[in-house]
Ligand binder design. Structure first.
Ligand SMILES: Nc1ncnc2c1ncn2[C@@H]1O[C@H](COP(=O)(O)OP(=O)(O)OP(=O)(O)O)[C@@H](O)[C@H]1O
Ligand SMILES: [Mg+2]
Length: 278
């Protein structure tokens, strides 16, 4: 049995049932890292939110999402909430909006413990400081007592990572976790993510529009285009032998040095000329 098994997942919105994810199927083994790439609007976040049970009520969901054998589609929110932070957790793109601006970050990390592992919350402060240290925050005491606005972008993102990891979930979903960071901080956070995932043995679903970033963390990757999974396979194979023309374009962008001057890369419009009109 796979840790995560998604079959024929279809998510649509609104009365006209605009399809955001179209019959997507994939699976993820324990400890495996799977990237999802695709351009803006291709359905990456909607796929992730389906696993987290965080889709808005206006979303219509069909198909199946099984996590550790449990069916998540149609699962009552009270039960889904228990799985979040316990079996599965998520690191969001924008640390400034994902953190509560009115609460010290140490208390926010402790809150996750209190909700999901009350037996450990007696020594919450100690657990929190330890976790902040493990995500590379050397000055853990000071960081824990800071409000989000008193921290740098990289520090905030590390705090979110600490929140996502503190209960040792089996699956960590990262949605563009480093997009808001500058390139050197991004590289450091990715290296750290790689390290803590290995140490925890956690599986990861890693969303990005950047194949180069995905290849730093993941062994395998799905390529999404307008709600469809158009290609899937090991990262190395995608780089060396991309099959779908859209993937070839992505690979060329990731290796910008190989694009000849004046050469135009394929874009989503080449495959779905009327994507917006659907
Ligand atoms: N709450 C919502 N209501 C209506 N449509 C939505 C909603 N959330 C997402 N969509 C639509 O679903 C499609 C997929 O969106 P999604 O957020 O998954 O894209 P994405 O691949 O994550 O893009 P990005 O790279 O910009 O984050 C888009 O067309 C989007 O407009
Ligand atoms: Mg998104």
């Amino acid at each position: 049995m796979s840790l995560l098994e998604v079959s024929d997942l279809t998510v649509s919105f609104g009365r006209r049932r605009r399809v955001a994810v179209d019959h997507a199927s994939f699976s993820l083994e324990a400890g495996q890292r799977l990237g999802i790439i695709g351009e803006s609007g291709s359905g990456k976040t909607v796929t992730a939110l389906s696993v987290m049970g965080l889709l808005p009520e206006t979303a219509q969901v069909a198909g199946s999402v099984r996590l550790a054998g449990r069916e998540l589609v149609g699962l009552p929110e009270s039960q889904h909430a228990r799985l979040r932070g316990d079996l599965v957790s998520m690191v969001f793109q924008e640390p400034m909006t994902a953190l509560d601006p009115t609460m010290q970050v140490g208390r926010q990390v402790a809150e996750v413990l209190r909700l999901h592992a009350p037996e450990r919350s007696g020594r919450a402060r100690q657990h929190v400081l330890e976790m902040l240290g493990r995500v590379g925050l050397t000055d853990a005491e000071r960081v824990a007592d800071s409000f989000p606005h008193q921290l740098s972008g990289g520090q905030r993102q590390r705090c979110l990572l600490a929140m996502a990891l503190i209960n040792s979930p089996d699956l960590v979903i990262c949605d563009e976790p480093t997009t808001a960071l500058d390139v050197t901080v991004q590289a450091r956070v990715l290296a750290l993510l790689d390290e803590v995932l290995s140490a925890e043995g956690a599986a990861c679903l890693f969303i990005s529009h950047d194949l180069a970033v995905v290849s730093q963390v993941c062994s395998d990757v799905l390529v999404m285009l307008d709600g469809d999974i158009v290609e899937a396979g090991p990262v190395a194979k995608l780089f060396t032998a991309p099959e779908h023309p859209y993937t070839r374009g992505l690979v060329a962008t990731a290796r910008i040095d190989q694009v000849r001057p004046g050469e135009r890369l394929p874009t989503v419009e080449d495959f779905y000329p009327r994507a917006e009109a659907r």
